[in-house]
Design a protein around this ligand. Structure first.
Ligand code: TZP
Length: 213
């Protein structure tokens, strides 16, 4: 597995039930398209353990790290690379204790105070958003452009912009200093998930190469 977290740019939030097609075909296509970090984001159900194992195998085969949403204990037990917590999940400091220093901790943030708190709790990377409205998490509005720009320059940690991001609106974010994104529906519900992933990956690579901000 490529353990270079700062190199990761295209983070897929993988929720099997949100996939338009067969979830593992969608995941395979997304990985082949250029997704370089995956989050297991599923509600615990009887079949979930098997699906998680299959997800882990697909990620491992391509050298892509896997992070578990909202469950640091499951991250340790399933030998995942890390866990991600939101502001209403387990406190980040507690997640850090469970994960130890070897595993990655990601924290969702929505303002500068939360960014500082996540840094203090030992986060390895941050999510920041929502950037745009998104039905996936029921946000009717995105954050103002200024808030997004400020968040991107507020920390030395890798920050993944999140919420309603698509190839169509990504250029706006690149102009605000966004270099990494976390996406769910635009890949999981695409007719051609691999093509969307490849498009996003190419835009992020070009954005980093050609924009100086
Ligand atoms: N946190 C903020 S927005 C969001 C999460 C988990 C959902 C992102 O999904 P989508 O479908 O890319 O908007």
């Amino acid at each position: 597995v490529n353990l270079d977290l700062p190199a990761a740019r295209l983070y897929l939030l993988f929720t099997p039930r949100l996939c338009a097609g067969n979830p593992f075909a969608v995941l395979r296509a997304a990985l082949d398209g250029g997704v370089d970090l995956v989050q297991w984001r599923a509600t615990p159900t009887p079949g979930a353990a098997v699906d998680l194992q299959r997800t882990a195998e697909l990620c491992r085969a391509r050298g892509v790290p896997l992070v578990i949403n909202d469950d640091p204990v499951l991250a340790v037990r399933s030998h995942a690379q890390g866990a991600h917590v939101g502001q209403s999940d387990m406190p980040a400091w507690r997640a850090r204790e469970i994960l130890g220093t070897e595993r990655w901790l990601g924290v969702s943030t929505h303002d500068l105070a939360q960014i500082r708190a996540a840094e203090a709790a030992g986060a390895d990377y941050l999510g920041f958003g929502p950037c745009f409205p998104t039905a996936t998490k029921g946000y009717a509005e995105g954050q103002p452009a200024e808030a997004i720009r400020d968040a991107m320059s507020a920390t030395l940690l890798p920050v993944f912009a999140i919420g309603g991001i698509t190839p169509r609106n990504l250029p706006q974010l690149l102009d605000l200093g966004v270099r990494r994104v976390a996406v769910s529906s635009c890949i999981l519900q695409a007719d051609d998930p691999g093509d969307v992933a490849a498009t996003l990956a190419r835009m992020l690579a070009n954005g980093s190469a050609t924009r100086t901000s």
